[in-house]
Design a protein around this ligand. Sequence first.
Ligand code: NAD
Length: 423
Amino acid sequence: MDPVEDTLRRLREAFNSGRTRPAEFRAAQLKSLGHFLQDNKQLLQDALAQDGGLRVGEGRWATQLDAAFIRKEPLGLVLIIAPWNYPLNLMLVPLVGALSAGNCVVLKPSEISKSTEKVLAEVLPRYLDPSCFAVVLGGPQETGQLLEHKFDYIFFTGSPRVGKIVMAAAAKHLTPVTLELGGKNPCYVDDDCDPQIVANRVAFFRYFNTGQTCVAPDYVLCSPEMQERLLPALQSAITRFFGDDPQSSPNLGRIISQKQFQRLQGLLGCGRVAVGGQSDESDRYIAPTVLVDVRETEPVMQEEIFGPILPIVNVRGLDEAVDFINRREKPLALYAFSNSNQVVTQVLARTSSGAFCGNDGFMHMTLTSLPFGGVGASGMGRYHGKFSFDTFSHHRACLLRCAGMEKVNDLRYPPYTDMKVQL
Ligand code: NAD
């Protein structure tokens, strides 16, 4: 095996084992690093000198008379690109952050949510200073052209596939990005649960906006026994929310496009339909559906579902669920249901995700005190509340020094006598 590959595998295994996490481990390693510097001071100084470095001490030269502070400044011209699924919210919430930090903004709404795109293009500019804001319309091609220009920040919400295109375009100008992406959000259901309470909450959040929500629980992990208890409870929750004929319910929306409808209809063929399963192409209707007996290799467990379909995958207990989750890309959100706090905190401690919510769906994102964003394949950066302001600001490190007191500064000037080096 390639030695670099071998090293990386070893380090990743060590990380996955959890040994770098306890505070004692981190403190011990930092202490050892301190010893390395202390024990090898001469060796390091000689090495630095041989490499052409200066013999200079590391004294702290700033004094109490200096003023150190962080100045949050606007970044400049920022681009916000939004998807179609919450076309207003996912445009305006970042805009509030960009505005409050003092930036000029280009807004690029989704071409798929046409009505909202029209309102944003025609009505919003009447309310904002047109010299500082612009709405640019278009799909992939126009957005690609827009991305060739230099921006000071790009805030993108959408799929991981397009996120990579945005990041590659931004890299050409060294433009920093926030990527708010999607993925498959696991939902672990422990045996120690009230199945009806879990079913109400999971069904509500899975079928909300017809399942077209980036933080929706994407699939359930539970034991076969819990599955048997959950299925009638999910059926009962679905009937309670949408009636006996969900297609005629005013509380259930439709799939956004024919393309998405066909993709979702294809996913209905995975595993076995336990609840729902009906579809109507003329109406872009897909019934709230639960699938069982799905295999990990089937498309429904490979791609983000983004529709009203909930697969259940069987696992034997917490360890297997955690392994299943950790084998996959880090999700935007992770949910764990249990009457036992210990189980919930175990899932939290042994996994990684953009956000975590115990015993509910995406309630965490309603709190502006919490940052919202992904990790790994589900994105980078965070916003909401104060985090939005910080995202769209440059945190400029500033130090204002006293113009006098030159005697103190003398210490840092050459020649570096032994006394100065000791300091
Ligand atoms: P998308 O990535 O297809 O499109 C998002 C935006 O990118 C649109 O404005 C679109 O015009 C533009 N775009 C599309 N193709 C492009 C290309 N080739 N080059 C440049 N720009 C291009 O996403 P979508 O289908 O609109 O939205 C669904 C996805 O968004 C899902 O993956 C969902 O999980 C994710 N999402 C994430 C969040 C979040 O907050 N993390 C919120 C909502 C949706």
